[in-house]
Write a protein that binds this ligand. Structure first.
Ligand SMILES: Nc1ncnc2c1ncn2[C@@H]1O[C@H](COP(=O)(O)OP(=O)(O)O)[C@@H](O)[C@H]1O
Ligand SMILES: [Mg+2]
Length: 426
């Protein structure tokens, strides 16, 4: 089988970073004259999801994100379409770092088992600054876009090895300009990070993101899930009614002042809640006397970035010394890594070995995840068992799921390799 470099317009793919429900993210490189190089991240819609709904959502994400300019929001540079298979992709600034989710898991599994309080406050303050810049984004002619992110979660907050925090994933963000508008009464976002107004299907504004960031802060301080039980119905019910314990009730060394600020963000009544993300950032910084510098955050990320960050840095160094690492077959856009494949899911198998059954399964899985991100109140009732699969569980539970997943995906990859060998040999 002939192979060529996997490219996205002017960018050549270097390595795979992550796959989500609708997209996969790669590190890629732009080469120019006289050895000029720039590394970027490219997010592309999964090739199976080439129907209108997904395409519109993806294009909206790119258009909206392009209007946001902030040191604390991942910068979006381009929306492109692959020349050969027409797949859409978004070119973004590459963040060498780790998600707040992975960082928290690493911290709570470490010897100390406790997150440094000033670090949590500063990371959340920077995320709040990014959200505030998004909330205040305007069109080029100054019309307010009234952006609401709606999917604030630890997985969508990237902590850079450069010590700077960025918010990402405006995949379901709402703005006045957006083509795909949501009806009142629809829920969007991961249920574990819903605001009460989302849980009741009411009108939303920027304060909904403040509530979600309050949950993120609460969890990063205590190391526990606030509302999430792994069951969507139960989780939504907890968002609506559960008494919210103050962080210092679970962790005594959290200063009361900081605890109070987090609880301000977690006020169920939006009128009683901290009114803006900028105000939340300021309050967090005031509540913690010592603010860690970018250098301190950077050191911390390096110490707790774990294998994933080390691997990313090694690959970036290697990219400086070699040509592209990812290849595509000449017959399609599927990726055939030339190194031994890691355990991966069926979508990453070369096209020739992905059976119709597997393709159907991948599509159904993506649809399930989309529903999970876009749960109407009715769907919550109908899909209780199904939806609970997509939650962000407590780290230990999640780890068990991840190990089982890796095992299953490893088996899938082996089956794929065997089928490929069969095709090549016979
Ligand atoms: N610009 C980036 N630089 C580095 N990693 C990124 C970048 N954007 C996304 N990622 C990684 O890819 C994951 C999925 O990206 P995201 O935009 O959140 O897509 P999804 O809609 O699938 O959740 C993120 O959680 C993060 O780990
Ligand atoms: Mg995401």
């Amino acid at each position: 089988m002939r192979e060529s470099t996997l490219t996205f317009g002017r960018y050549e793919a270097l390595f795979h970073i992550a796959s989500g429900g609708m997209a996969e993210v790669f590190a890629a490189r732009l080469r120019g004259p006289h050895g000029f190089e720039k590394l970027v991240a490219v997010k592309r819609l999964l090739p199976d999801l080439n129907d209108e709904q997904f395409i519109t959502m993806f294009m909206d994400e790119a258009r909206l994100a392009a209007h946001i300019s902030s040191p604390h929001v991942v910068q979006t540079m381009e929306l492109g379409r692959a020349a050969d298979d027409g797949a859409l992709y978004i070119v973004m600034e590459l963040v060498v770092g780790i998600t707040l989710y992975d960082l928290s898991v690493n911290i709570f599994n470490s010897k100390t088992g406790r997150s440094p309080i000033p670090l949590v406050a500063e990371v959340c303050a920077q995320a709040a600054r990014g959200l505030d810049d998004a909330h205040n984004a305007t069109t080029r002619t100054g019309q307010p876009l009234q952006v609401v992110h709606r999917d604030v979660s630890p997985q969508n907050i990237l902590v850079g090895a450069d010590g700077r925090v960025r918010v990402t994933d405006f995949g379901i963000a709402r703005a006045v300009s957006r083509s795909t508008q949501t009806q009142v009464g629809q829920l969007k976002g991961k249920v574990a990070y819903l605001s009460p107004e989302q849980a009741y299907g009411k009108n939303l504004d920027r304060r909904t993101d403040v509530f979600a960031l309050g949950i993120v802060t609460w969890e990063a301080l205590t190391g526990r899930s606030l509302f999430n039980t792994g069951d969507a119905i139960e989780t939504v019910e907890r968002v609506r009614t559960m008494r919210i314990p103050a962080p210092h009730e679970l962790r005594m060394d959290v200063p009361k002042e900081l605890s109070k600020i987090v609880m301000w963000a977690l006020e169920r009544d939006p009128n009683a809640r901290c009114p803006s993300a900028a105000r939340y950032a300021r309050a967090l910084r005031e509540a913690v006397p010592v603010r860690p510098s970018a250098r301190k955050i950077s050191e911390f990320v390096r110490d707790h970035g774990g294998e994933a960050l080390k691997k990313m840095e090694t690959r970036i160094r290697a990219a400086g010394e070699s040509s592209s690492v990812l290849k595509r077959t000449t017959t399609g856009s599927r990726i055939v890594p030339d190194a031994a494949p890691e355990p991966t899911d069926s979508r990453m198998l070369p096209l020739s070995v992905q059976s119709k059954e597997q393709a159907k399964h991948a599509k159904a899985e993506a649809r399930r995840k989309l529903k999970q991100r876009d749960l109407s109140t009715k769907l919550v009732g109908e899909e209780q068992a199904e939806a609970s699969l997509g939650q962000a569980p407590a780290p230990s539970q999640r780890e068990a799921q991840v190990s089982a997943g890796i095992l299953a995906l490893g088996v899938l990859a082996w089956i794929g390799a065997a089928v490929l060998a069969y095709y090549v040999l016979f």
